[in-house]
Each structure stands twice: as structure tokens, then as C-alpha cells.
Design a protein around this ligand. Structure first.
Ligand SMILES: Nc1nc2c(c(=O)[nH]1)N[C@H]1C(S)=C(S)[C@@H](COP(=O)(O)OP(=O)(O)OC[C@H]3O[C@@H](n4cnc5c(=O)[nH]c(N)nc54)[C@H](O)[C@@H]3O)O[C@H]1N2
Ligand SMILES: Nc1nc2c(c(=O)[nH]1)N[C@H]1C(S)=C(S)[C@@H](COP(=O)(O)OP(=O)(O)OC[C@H]3O[C@@H](n4cnc5c(=O)[nH]c(N)nc54)[C@H](O)[C@@H]3O)O[C@H]1N2
Ligand code: SF4
Ligand SMILES: [Mo]
Length: 706
């Protein structure tokens, strides 16, 4: 007899409620949970594939130890002992910072890891800390920290109530949304249009999202800063600003007005390719709209001016009166307050050893990881711990990183697969799969378009002899502090004894909906409401929520005004094309290509190129082409389409599953090529250190002529 389980899908930011039917240790059916008040029954193909992922024969179930070029199974006891010994050995020989750590994206989709990775990293006492943040949303944290005083004060678009949604560099119809947790985002966008609202998309490609928009503006990659500054310029020039209630709690607005004086719509036209009158009309329409939200994501965050883009985006929302008001962008009031989980942030308190890029919140940009491993000297990285990350495919110049990883004295990977990155480890420690542990989206309810809370119990019991991510972290931490003073040992033991569920319960009780009153938020309450608890629409929280020293919004942090003042106009490299990435609904960064149900249909890893650019190079549709950048080259099939603007080519990210060292049977059959064999670690946002993926200059030639 089968069983029915309710839980949240842990694969992307949308947090859809699922209804899983199981028989024994098998998932027989996955549907969207129509009684989940937030996701309302929506599910995408990835959610449906969770059962296949769970059953994937390539998913590792036992710790592996490298022996020459192959791996052998070992016991957890000896794997954890060896891992801790390896880490301590490198630190004894070369110093604490010689051991680096990299946290990948799924770390934030896993409550146990989210809670136990930070204390583990503190135990390492290393400054060599990296994560996927610096190839993703770092710009948002820097802007939030500089303007609002806390890196997690991220304004979220009030998608269900806004009258005007201006979306820059994001394709939620493929990604399901980002820094905007909005399950069933397509329907929500269609609802916006149905209630008379307006959707405008700014993107170098006519994406699936652009296709349903009222207006799509092609923008040259990496030039959004000129557009955003020009929109502000028009708002000030035409006296359309109405900062309203928040003006009294904001400093620096005059400096902002002065900062954008030189950013005319005509200058923006030259940089972006968007006609000046179009920019003027957009500024007027947005400012006049009864409400509006500008949201700039991946395409605008991972570019040379990503930090500036996020600052200008928030300013646009602020000066048009849309910050912290219904229909605009607001801060969530999540059941678990993020301020209890994460510190406020700091920027550039130290710099990376080789290139001098700034830390943010204690992390260095991952674009420097290879050089920090390769460059001899005090502080050289000789050991590495990765958790839920695949930086060989996800960070710039992955091939170089792959070679660098091979040179490490010690590398331990906590991961479900032997993939492009973990194949280089000395130890691979595989945790339980998503369905074998409980979950609560502590991170994504901070970014949610409604205040919402839902607890997911494990679907399957933990298999005998398996460990959860948090248990691996706790086991390592306890071993690392074994010879340290008593208080440290006791703290590590006490934390492990608590475990994630009890920590969550405590955080819920201490949170804004907790307290002693009956029905106050607690784990028991969430268990009793398995479809989730809707905590209402977002509500204004300013100025109270501000964490700046003076309790005011800083509209003009000097890091931004100076960077904007120092900006020159973009110069195009003659003959080259600008490379951008893309996502497909059935991908999940680099790691779901081993699930057969997601890989049917035609080859997704193609180079999109405009027919005029193809014609000029003698390229026809379907032809193999060679794409070459400063750092590397790949060979891939060209797909001709007028959906990318002339001068721009697009490759998906997350492919490139070749080589004998990986154990990904299905993914290898759909290997594709890695866009990050072309992206360049030298191209970063100087302000934040984040990778600049947008517009990497590439040459494209027919493969038989290259
Ligand atoms: N199916 C699927 N869903 C995912 C993921 C996945 O891999 N697959 N990954 C998840 C993760 S980790 C994240 S962070 C989110 C990201 O979610 P999104 O932010 O929506 O990211 P993308 O879908 O990559 O959309 C980025 C868009 O920016 C455009 N772009 C590129 N360069 C520029 C530029 O210079 N300016 C402008 N204006 N646009 C530009 C690209 O053409 C692309 O359409 O998606 C999440 N959801
Ligand atoms: N050029 C280019 N590069 C990009 C992007 C882009 O758009 N263009 N997108 C960037 C973005 S937004 C992101 S977030 C990064 C993602 O980059 P990463 O986080 O480095 O890589 P992922 O592809 O998400 O790989 C996740 C890994 O975690 C493992 N895993 C999955 N679940 C778990 C778990 O519960 N526990 C453990 N221990 N392991 C698990 C998987 O097996 C896989 O190895 O890539 C970035 N790189
Ligand atoms: S949209 Fe995201 S959360 Fe929802 S089912 Fe798909 S992968 Fe899972
Ligand atoms: Mo991401």
C-alpha cells in the first residue's frame, strides 16, 4: 500500500509544495500540492523528477577514498577521521588559510547544511572562504549592506500587487525566479497583465519571459548601468520623483541627483542600443504608474557593473516611491528572522593575496580561487573542502581550476556525485538525498513575495549507515576541535546534540510570529499544517528594519558614487561577439543532467547566434562552430535565431560533462560544453569582485575552418 507525503521541492528558489506518492523506498508519483496556499499545485519538470533523482544509481551512497586514479569505498568513521587529519595536516604545515572552503548553491536549499556549515567554517579558522555567491547574487548583498546596513535586507518585488514590473536580466519562465520566491511565476506574470499591469523585460535575448511581456528591450550585455542611470536621470530632470514618507529617513538623495546628471538618455542609447526616446518614455511610465517594481537579476548582477546596477535599481524603486510599499518592493517578515542567522556584512576589510580583490562578509570572490592555489608563497591554498558545489563547471575558466584542483595536497568534497569537480578529491563524502532528510526554506522565505512558512518532514527514513550533510559537518567539526580547549569542544558537541530540527523550532519560537501565545509559531504548528502556513502579503518595515548606524537609508554610499563617476563609455572589441548564458526549465545549474526524464528531446547545449552574425562568418544553422575567448575554446552546434540581438551569442551554463573521471552515465551522453571554459576570471566587477559573465568577448568560426 502506498503512502502520500507532502513536502517542498528543494531544487530551485520557487519552493513549490509537492505531493509525493511512495511505495516502499520508491517514489511512484509526484504532483503539485494544490492545497499549498502559496504554490497552488504548480510543479515544474524538475520537481516531477525528484523520484528519479532519488533512485539514480550514480548517486553516491558510501564515502569514497581516492586510490591512484580510482576510488574505493570506505567507512564513515575512517572517512571522517581521514578528512579531519588531512585538513589539520595541511594547516599545520602551511598555516590556517592554506585550507579553503567552497559552498555551492544547494547548501542554501538544505536546512541542515545552512545551519551547520557556518560553525564548521569557523572551526577551520580560515580566511580562504568561497561560495557560489560571487558567481551569483553578491552585488545584491553589497548594495543591501551599503544602503540598508544588512546584507540580507533584500527588497522583494510585490509581484501579486504591482502595476508595473520592470525586469532586467532575468528569465523567470526558465529559472522560476530568483531573489523573488514566487512559485508558479508564469501565472503570476499573466495575472499581472490580466489586471491591467505592465511587464517590461530588458534582456539581450528575447527570452520566454520577454515573449509574454508588454515590451521587450534588447540591451547590449553589460551596459544596463547606463540604462538604469538614465532612467534616474529622467526622473530627476523631469521632477518625477516622489520619495514620499521615506525621504525623512534617507540621506544622500542630492548626491544621487548629481551623480546621474551626466547619464543622459542619449549616452545610454549609445551604450545600450536602446533608443533615447524609449528610455524617456519608460522612465515617465514607470514613475507615473500607481505602483511599480524594478527587479534586476543574474544578467544584471554578474557583469562588470553589477554592484552599480543593484544600487541604481534600489534607487529607482526608492525615488519613485515604490520602496517599502505595497505594489512596489518590500522586505519580508519571515518566520525565521535572517538577522539571527547571518551577520550584517563588511567589504574589503581584507583582500585576496594574489590579485587584491575584496572580501565581502568574510568571503573572497571565487574568480581568484585558481590563482590562489597556483601561486606559491605564504597563504597559498593547498587544501580544499567543497560542499554541494561544482566550481569546475560553475566558475570562470573551469579548465584551469580543474588542473589547479589536481595539484592540491588534500581535497575533500561533500557531494552526492562523482562529477567534474569532485573527481579530483581525495575523499568524497556523500550525504543523504533530499527526500531522506527534513527541510525548511530558511533562506528563501526571506526572499518570498508572500510571508510563508512550511516544514517538510523526510519522505524516506535515513538509510542505515548514511549521514546527513549536517552530521558530516558536525562530525568534522568535532574532530577538528578534539585537541582544542574544553569550551570549544563542548560547544561543538552541544550543537550536534541539538540538530537542525530543534534549532529551527527555537528560531521559529523566537521569530516574529513566535512567542508564548497559543498558536504561536513553532515546529509543532508547522507539522500540524503540512500544506504550509500563509502569513500574509509583505508589509512595510521601514525605517524600523534598517540596520545602518544612523538608522537611515544611505542613498549615496561613496563606493557607488565614486565608481559611477569614474565610468567611461563602453568600447566594443572589433569583430568579437558578446557571450551570455541562459537557463532552461529542465536544468538545475550543473547537476540534474543525470536524470533521464529531464534529458529527453533535442540537444539544449547550442550556441544561439543571430543570422546576420552567422552569415557574416559563413555559418549555417546546425553547423559545428568553434567559440574562442581569451582563456579557452569549445566546439558546439550553432542555432540561428533572431531572438538574440546582433553582436550577441548565448550558451547555456552547467553543461560540459566529459571525461573518464566522472560517474554520470546519463549526463555524459548529453555532455555539451561548458560556458565556463570561455568565461574569464580576470573579468570581474571591481567593486564587489563578482564574476562578470555578461558579454565575454568571443570569436566564432566554423569548426572546420578554425
Ligand atoms: N531551470 C533552471 N532554473 C534555475 C536555475 C537553473 O540552472 N535552471 N538556477 C537557479 C539559480 S542558482 C539562479 S541564481 C536563478 C537565476 O535566475 P535568473 O536571474 O532569472 O537567471 P537566468 O534565467 O539566467 O536569466 C538571466 C537573463 O539575463 C540575460 N542577460 C545576460 N546578460 C545580460 C545583461 O548584460 N543585461 C541584461 N539586462 N540581461 C542579461 C540573459 O539573456 C538571461 O535571459 O535561477 C534558478 N533557477
Ligand atoms: N557562466 C555562468 N556561470 C554560472 C552561472 C551562469 O548563469 N553563467 N550561474 C551561477 C549561479 S547563479 C550559481 S548558483 C552557480 C552554481 O554553482 P555551484 O553551486 O558550484 O554548482 P551546482 O551546479 O549548483 O552544483 C551543485 C553540486 O551540489 C551537489 N548537491 C546537490 N544537492 C546536494 C546536497 O543536498 N548536499 C550536498 N552535499 N551536495 C549536493 C550536486 O551533486 C552538485 O555537485 O553557478 C554559477 N555559474
Ligand atoms: S519550480 Fe523550482 S521548486 Fe517548483 S517544482 Fe520546479 S524546481 Fe521545484
Ligand atoms: Mo544561483
Amino acid at each position: 500500500m502506498g503512502e502520500v507525503h507532502l513536502r517542498v521541492c528543494p531544487l530551485c528558489e520557487a519552493t513549490c509544495g509537492l505531493r509525493l506518492e511512495t511505495e516502499g523506498d520508491r517514489v511512484v508519483k509526484v504532483r503539485g500540492d494544490e492545497h499549498d496556499p502559496f504554490s497552488r499545485g504548480y510543479v515544474c519538470p524538475k520537481g516531477v523528477a525528484l523520484g528519479e533523482l532519488h533512485a539514480d544509481p550514480d548517486r553516491l551512497r558510501r564515502p569514497l577514498r581516492r586510490q591512484g586514479e580510482s576510488f574505493v569505498e570506505t567507512t564513515w568513521e575512517s572517512a571522517l577521521d581521514e578528512a579531519a587529519e588531512g585538513i589539520l595536516r595541511v594547516q599545520r604545515r602551511h598555516g590556517r588559510d592554506a585550507v579553503a572552503v567552497y559552498l555551492g548553491n544547494p547548501t542554501v536549499h538544505n536546512l541542515g547544511a545552512l545551519l551547520f556549515a557556518p560553525p564548521f567554517i569557523r572551526t577551520l579558522r580560515t580566511k580562504s572562504r568561497f561560495s557560489a555567491t560571487s558567481v551569483d547574487q553578491l552585488a545584491h548583498h553589497v548594495a543591501a549592506w551599503a544602503m540598508f546596513g544588512h546584507q540580507l535586507l533584500l527588497p522583494v518585488p510585490d509581484l501579486d500587487r504591482t502595476a508595473f514590473f520592470l525586469l532586467v536580466g532575468s528569465n523567470p519562465l526558465a529559472s522560476n525566479g530568483s531573489l523573488m520566491t514566487a512559485p508558479d511565476v508564469k501565472q503570476r506574470l499573466l495575472d499581472l497583465k490580466a489586471r491591467g499591469g505592465r511587464l517590461v523585460v530588458v534582456d539581450p535575448r528575447r527570452t520566454e519571459t520577454a515573449a509574454i511581456a508588454d515590451q521587450h528591450l534588447f540591451v547590449r550585455p553589460g551596459t544596463d548601468v547606463f540604462l538604469l542611470a538614465a532612467l534616474l536621470h529622467v526622473v530627476f530632470r523631469e521632477n518625477l520623483q516622489r520619495t514620499g514618507r521615506l525621504a525623512a529617513h534617507t540621506s544622500g538623495l542630492d548626491a544621487v541627483r548629481r551623480a546621474v546628471l551626466g547619464f543622459t538618455p542619449e549616452r545610454a542609447e549609445r551604450a545600450t542600443g536602446i533608443a533615447a526616446p524609449t528610455i524617456v518614455a519608460l522612465a515617465r511610465a514607470f514613475a507615473a504608474s500607481e505602483s511599480g517594481a524594478v527587479h534586476a537579476r543574474m544578467g544584471a548582477s554578474t557583469q562588470e557593473y553589477g554592484g552599480l546596477c543593484q544600487w541604481l535599481t534600489t534607487l529607482l524603486n526608492l525615488v519613485t516611491g515604490n520602496l517599502d510599499r505595497p505594489g512596489g518592493v518590500l522586505f519580508t517578515t519571515p518566520a525565521v528572522e535572517p538577522f539571527r542567522l547571518a551577520p550584517a556584512g563588511h567589504l574589503g576589510v581584507w583582500k585576496s593575496r594574489v590579485r587584491g580583490l575584496p572580501e565581502f562578509g568574510g568571503e573572497l570572490p571565487v574568480s581568484v580561487l585558481s590563482e590562489e592555489i597556483e601561486t606559491p608563497g605564504q597563504g597559498q591554498i593547498r587544501g580544499l573542502v567543497t560542499h554541494a558545489g561544482n566550481p569546475v563547471l560553475s566558475t570562470p575558466d573551469g579548465r584551469r581550476l580543474s588542473r589547479a584542483l589536481r595539484s592540491l595536497e588534500f581535497f575533500v568534497a561533500i557531494d552526492l556525485y562523482k562529477n567534474e569537480t569532485t573527481q579530483h578529491a581525495h575523499l568524497i563524502l556523500p550525504p543523504t538525498g533530499a527526500l531522506e532528510h527534513d527541510h525548511y526554506d530558511a533562506a528563501f522565505y526571506v526572499l518570498s513575495i508572500r510571508n510563508f512558512a512550511k516544514y517538510s518532514p523526510a519522505v524516506f527514513p535515513k538509510p542505515a549507515g548514511a549521514l546527513h550533510d549536517w552530521e558530516i559537518f558536525a562530525g568534522l567539526s568535532q574532530r577538528l576541535v578534539a585537541r582544542r580547549p574544553m569550551p570549544e569542544r563542548m560547544a561543538a558537541r552541544a550543537l550536534a546534540a541539538l540538530g537542525p530540527a530543534r534549532i529551527l523550532d527555537l528560531a521559529l519560537r523566537l521569530g516574529p510570529y513566535g512567542g508564548l501565545r497559543r498558536g504561536g509559531m513553532s515546529l509543532a504548528r508547522l507539522r500540524a499544517e503540512p500544506h504550509g502556513v500563509d502569513l500574509g502579503p509583505l508589509e512595510p518595515r521601514l525605517p524600523k528594519a534598517l540596520r545602518t548606524k544612523d538608522g537611515r537609508i544611505d542613498a549615496a554610499p561613496s563606493i557607488f558614487t565614486q565608481a559611477l563617476a569614474g565610468m567611461g563609455d563602453p568600447v566594443a572589441a572589433p569583430g568579437s561577439l558578446g557571450l551570455i548564458g541562459r537557463r532552461n526549465l529542465r536544468d538545475c545549474n550543473s547537476w540534474l543532467h543525470n536524470v533521464p526524464g529531464l534529458m529527453s528531446g533535442r540537444d539544449r547545449c547550442t550556441l544561439l547566434i543571430h543570422p546576420s552574425d552567422a552569415g557574416a562568418r559563413g555559418i549555417v544553422g546546425g553547423q559545428a562552430v568553434r567559440v574562442r575567448s581569451r582563456v579557452g575554446e569549445v566546439e558546439v552546434r550553432a542555432e540561428l535565431t533572431e531572438d538574440v540581438m546582433p553582436g550577441v551569442v548565448s550558451l547555456p551554463h552547467g553543461f560540459g560533462h566529459a571525461g573518464d573521471g566522472i560517474s554520470l552515465t546519463v549526463a555524459t551522453r548529453h555532455a555539451g560544453v561548458s560556458i565556463n571554459d570561455l568565461t574569464d576570471p580576470e573579468r570581474v566587477d571591481a567593486l564587489t569582485g563578482a564574476a562578470a559573465f555578461s558579454g565575454v568577448p568571443v570569436e566564432v568560426v566554423p569548426a572546420d575552418r578554425g
